[in-house]
Design a protein around this ligand. Sequence first.
Ligand SMILES: Cc1cc2nc3c(=O)[nH]c(=O)nc-3n(C[C@H](O)[C@H](O)[C@H](O)COP(=O)(O)OP(=O)(O)OC[C@H]3O[C@@H](n4cnc5c(N)ncnc54)[C@H](O)[C@@H]3O)c2cc1C
Length: 360
Amino acid sequence: MRAADVAVVGDGIAGLTCALACARRGLDVVVVGARSIAAASRASAGVLAPSLAARPADDPAQRFLVAARDAWPAWLEALEEETGVRVPLRFGVLELDPPRGEGSAALPQHSRRLDARELAELEPALLPGDRPSALLHERDGADELEPLLAALDVALARRKVHRLAAGARAVEGGREGLVVDTPAERIVARHLVLAGGAWSGAMSGVSLPPAVRPVAGVTARIRGAPRLRYVVFGAGGYLVPLSDALLVGATSRDVGFDARIIAEDRGELAAVADALLGSDPSRLGDHRLGFRPMTSDGLPIIDRDPADERIVHATGYSRNGVLVAPLAASCVAALVAGERPPASLAPFGVARFGPPRASR
Ligand SMILES: Cc1cc2nc3c(=O)[nH]c(=O)nc-3n(C[C@H](O)[C@H](O)[C@H](O)COP(=O)(O)OP(=O)(O)OC[C@H]3O[C@@H](n4cnc5c(N)ncnc54)[C@H](O)[C@@H]3O)c2cc1C
């Protein structure tokens, strides 16, 4: 039996950022992770774009998304100082054919309208298309998942966070602590962070929040693509410039845990690349599928378990899981430490889905 202050179940971006935030507070942390090849974080595009959320600026969830975006530069700087790994962060998201009315009143802060000429000057590689205007969201952007996950691995190793590559089957509550049962080892911890992504419903022994379901998504890389300056949303998808490639995304299939990449996924991504760049379908490769942990309202669950205060849920990150991860992790670490979180978690409570399901 291994003892820890905090056991984190889940090794995607949610679990790893929560583990790091707890370890930075001097807590002894163990991460239990099954390393699924269909983890959302492996397929993700890394776009940080709260301006694309169709929520009013004073909506509490929107405020959290914007604060989460604005936390990224300092958070990445601290990560680089700690690890020596630089994670590229790119600013500027172009929204083509924006579904917003004319006039600037409805625009998010730090967003501006571009006419066709300005758009062509800023991003000459884009096909002109039939678009009279576009929006540029200057503070939105994207980071890169591969270096980010690698930097998190280094940071956790430096802080002596133990990583257990196994699936947690069950949790048992006891007076000595919470016991996490895995085929490899049993862990007893004072606190438990549940960050299992789309698999959050698969563990017995906790009154799980319902409503986290897998929504499969596929991204791909375009070989030999022109270099873009901005992330581009249009033609029903998006393009994200990475250091060494151009990523195209993303499909969305709500059919459970079916991890096959099908012809329809390839066709959809090829159509986006063709519409925006005139790119040949044979140039697409490195397709990756991940299961987004979706909630019914598309918002994360970041809350203490109603039945056991020692358990904190950090799941259901849905379509904005990368965006919210660092701020959500600071909030989770504060909840673990019994402190007030640095941002309001009011929209993200477990109770919004009704009474918790009984443990299985
Ligand atoms: C195609 C695609 C594109 C996306 N693009 C963006 C984007 O541009 N911007 C953005 O912000 N978000 C994006 N998202 C969403 C974002 O990627 C997810 O919200 C986020 O990665 C979820 O992270 P997670 O750690 O909760 O889950 P995951 O990354 O799925 O990780 C969960 C991990 O926990 C493990 N696990 C689960 N249960 C257990 C258990 N009982 N025991 C041990 N291990 C367990 C799993 O094996 C898995 O490895 C995208 C998602 C997809 C699929």
